[in-house]
Design a protein around this ligand. Structure first.
Ligand code: NAP
Length: 485
């Protein structure tokens, strides 16, 4: 039975916030969702760039509780994924629980089991537990390149695509060679006058085709949902289990196989030896997040596509000047320069008991208890918190594992068994010491690359063990690792 007047605040109505809401709804625990934008969908609402798709297969990148027989492609386009999340929120009655255009500014502890929330709409009152489902890659990073404001053409970050800009006849520059840039280039190359790709570091790319699902296949999924389930389990085994263990040093053969497939893709599909050399990374495949694309190599070899690997000197009114003195004249610059994975709930402010600031505590490095909670901040939980498994896995499954754990804790609070639950410092320190030690054996550290996975203190943002260990560790809360009062 839920305690009278007990209620939970979920921050964010993206993929993880919606799933959290579905879980609380099932447990009959009252909640409100605060969402800064005017629509649900998080990253799939914000990103609308040409070529946007998910690089995790559609039948794995879905909620376990909402299989979808109608995915159009093996790797579905972004707009379709956004519709899927919106559809789940709509059909499950989550939409009406969202307070839209309500960016959370401050979450402040007031008394035992009571947090006050302030949004851009003003004071929202008290909540007994707060769940931060603010996503991992939502704060765009613009590069520190001299003269960025001098550019006379149009420029924007990939996550804020300017659809007023016509492609035809334009000379585009794309800065970056990550998952985003490698999706944009093939989508625009045949529509623009020319496109220059500014590469600081080459990427390993695995060449997987993205086939549409024929109608018969969709009908078969509809008639036999167990077919979708076995496909989900099969893909989960490949991506979240086998691939994930290769990255953390538990499957060397798997890692070697990934490297072999990437090299083969490059050698088979890039014909000019000089271009091939320039596109060959010097680090171990898997060290940076692996790129999945069978379209990038053909696109970079189109006559109007130019790979620029001389470092950038500065940006000028006319375009990008490289260190060899050459000006690459451009009409449009796209910054496909990634996101800050350590932003989490910020710029909101979280003030715990005794005025402790989580913003201050996490200034240089974000550390948590098993990716879901922080000592000193009772009844505050994270979906997708620090050291969640991130990489080429299904984030939705990761979120669901954390949600299952959080829901069990919140149910204890809702039932009135405890007023406050907060992980102990000791359990958190032990967990983080183990993380630091295990991280040394992962490809992110041994692979010889730098990436957005590193924080200012050299800690890696991801999970250093197998995915199975992540699932097992969050199956049930160990209350001995909590202050329960
Ligand atoms: P990213 O992987 O962080 O790549 C940023 C790129 O910008 C890198 O190539 C980086 O070069 C380059 N860069 C940054 N600053 C630069 C500078 N000052 N000068 C020149 N180059 C600079 O960003 P992203 O491609 O947006 O992808 C971010 C993450 O989003 C992905 O890893 C993935 O998790 C997710 N994503 C997923 C999908 C999907 O299909 N699921 C699609 C897009 C994005 P260096 O490598 O040298 O640092």
């Amino acid at each position: 039975m839920t305690r009278k007047s007990f209620r939970v605040a979920i921050i964010g109505a993206g993929a993880s916030g919606i799933a959290m809401a579905v879980s609380l709804q099932k447990a009959a625990i009252p909640f409100v969702i605060f969402e800064r934008a005017a629509d649900v969908g998080g990253t799939w609402r914000d990103n609308t760039y040409p070529g946007l798709a998910c690089d995790v297969p559609s039948h794995l990148y879905r909620y376990s509780f909402a299989p979808n027989p109608d995915w159009t492609h093996e790797y579905s386009p972004g707009a379709e994924i956004h519709r899927y999340f919106r559809g789940v929120a709509e059909t499950r009655g989550i939409l009406e629980r969202v307070r839209f255009s309500s960016e959370v500014l401050r979450i402040a502890y007031e008394e035992a089991g009571e947090w006050r929330i302030e949004t851009t709409q003003g004071d929202q009152g008290q909540f007994n537990a707060v769940i931060l489902a603010t996503g991992i890659l939502h704060k765009p990073v613009l590069p520190q390149i001299e003269g960025r404001d001098d550019f006379a053409g149009v420029s924007f970050h990939s996550s804020k695509w300017n659809h007023d800009v016509q492609l035809a006849g334009k000379r585009f520059g794309i800065i970056g060679t990550g998952s985003t840039a490698t999706q944009i280039l093939p989508a625009i190359v045949d529509k623009v006058a020319a496109v220059s790709l500014f590469q600081r570091t080459p990427q390993w790319i695995i060449g997987v085709p993205n086939n549409p699902f024929p109608e018969e296949k969709k009908a078969a999924f509809r008639e036999n949902p167990e077919k979708m389930q076995s496909l989900y389990e099969y893909l989960n085994d490949i991506f979240n289990q086998r691939f994930a263990s290769a990255l953390v040093g538990e499957n060397d053969e798997g890692l070697a196989e990934i490297a072999r497939l990437c090299r083969e893709n490059l050698e088979k599909n890039v014909h000019d030896p000089e271009l091939r050399r320039r596109l060959t990374p010097s680090y171990q495949a898997g060290c940076k997040r692996l790129i999945v694309s069978d379209k990038f190599y053909p696109a970079i070899q189109r006559p109007n596509a130019h790979l620029v690997d001389t470092p950038i000197q500065r940006i000028e009114a006319g375009g990008v000047r490289t260190k060899d003195g050459k000006l690459h004249e451009l009409d449009v610059i796209v910054y496909a320069t990634g996101f800050d994975p350590f932003a989490f709930f910020r710029p909101a402010e979280i003030v715990g008991p005794g005025g402790a600031s989580l913003n201050e505590r996490w200034k240089d490095s974000c550390r948590a208890y098993r990716s879901v909670a922080v000592p000193g901040f009772p009844n505050l939980f994270f979906v997708g918190g620090p050291n969640s498994p991130i990489g080429n896995f299904s984030y939705l499954r990761t979120a669901e594992v954390q949600i299952g754990f959080i829901e069990q804790l919140v149910a204890e609070l809702a039932a009135g068994t405890y007023k406050e639950l907060e992980p102990t410092q000791e359990a958190t320190d032990k967990f983080n010491a183990e993380i630091t030690s295990a991280m040394k054996d992962t490809v992110w550290v041994t692979g010889g690359c730098t990436s957005w996975y590193y924080d200012k203190q050299g800690n890696v943002v991801s999970w250093p063990w197998t995915y199975a260990r992540f699932e097992a560790g969050l199956k049930h809360p160990r209350l001995e690792e909590f202050h329960a009062r």
